[in-house]
Write a protein that binds this ligand. Structure first.
Ligand SMILES: Nc1ncnc2c1ncn2[C@@H]1O[C@H](COP(=O)(O)OP(=O)(O)O)[C@@H](O)[C@H]1O
Ligand SMILES: [Mg+2]
Length: 267
């Protein structure tokens, strides 16, 4: 009997991506919204570009656009496009953008639209052809509903990339990090590592929290810390990337093809 229990491996709603070109990269999730997922994703894109790989950002669902010169733009999509080295349009990086800066399912309803998984997966397949490494930025935390019967965790499963967890260092983050790590692994996804981000420069007991995170993420999940980001006055991708652990990142992105094969592929 399993009455009332949440299955540890919920059936994913989406069909797996199955790209014609193999998809390399990572899926960046966070302990919450506004914890630094975009900053980290942009830094990873910059770091990958520095290795000589064509890097592409992907924001499958973006909520919150502003009008600039008559164009609707989303800040995350722009930041990811600019940080990557593959030449892409905003529409390629962010195939589904909604105006309202709120939960994506609500933003979609406000426009009488829905979040179409097929649109997302075909955009991901396209990016797999355009880039050697794709950094996918999730939406909010790990389990954000995208429709009545699927959420961002299902999306991560369908995309199938290793997950990097951004932990926003604030009171409560240890439990948020451990719960998110459990959810990632319950979906059968590899947790490639975690990155601590100083979102509150005045956080009390920051070092103690970090030590506890290191201990618990290793003990429970064997997940390495890929970097500890300080509060930065100008958190540009290069400045953020300087605080990432290059050796640990190489282990995550090891399987990315060498630049020479990329050149052959693109000619
Ligand atoms: N380490 C940092 N130093 C300074 N500002 C930061 C840092 N990390 C995040 N921020 C700022 O916090 C806000 C939220 O970060 P963002 O990357 O957009 O979060 P998310 O993508 O998780 O919603 C942004 O304005 C960003 O510039
Ligand atoms: Mg973001």
């Amino acid at each position: 009997m399993n009455m009332g229990m949440i299955p540890s491996h919920p059936t994913p709603f989406l069909m797996p991506l199955q790209p014609s070109h193999p998809l390399h990269g990572c899926f960046v999730t966070g302990t919450d919204t506004a914890v630094g997922k975009t900053q980290v994703s942009a830094a990873l894109l910059h770091w990958c570009a520095q290795q000589g790989w064509r890097s592409a950002g992907f924001k499958p669902v973006a909520a919150g656009t502003t009008r600039i010169d008559g164009q609707s733009v989303n800040e995350d999509v722009q930041a990811l496009r600019q940080a990557g080295s593959a030449r892409l349009t905003d529409a390629e990086v962010g195939p589904l953008q909604f105006e309202a800066a709120c939960a994506p399912q609500i933003a979609a309803v406000l426009e009488d639209r829905s979040i179409d998984p097929a649109t997302i997966l075909s955009a991901a397949r396209h990016l797999a052809r355009c880039a050697d490494v794709v950094v996918v930025e999730g939406v909010g935390g790990f389990c954000v509903p995208l429709g009545p019967d699927w959420d961002t965790a299902d999306l991560a499963v369908a995309i199938g990339l290793p997950v990097i967890l951004v932990v926003g260092l604030r009171l409560g983050c240890i439990s948020h990090a451990l719960l998110t790590a459990e959810a990632i692994r319950a979906r059968g996804l590899p947790l490639a590592g975690w990155i601590a981000n100083t979102v509150d420069p005045d956080m009390a007991h920051r070092e103690g929290n970090l030590a506890s995170l290191r201990h618990e993420m290793t003990r429970r999940h064997q997940a390495p810390c890929l970097g500890v980001l300080p509060w930065l006055d100008a958190p540009k991708p290069a400045a953020v990337a300087a605080h990432l652990d290059a050796t640990a990142l190489h282990r995550v992105f090891d399987h990315t093809p060498l630049p020479s094969s990329c050149l052959l592929e693109s000619t």
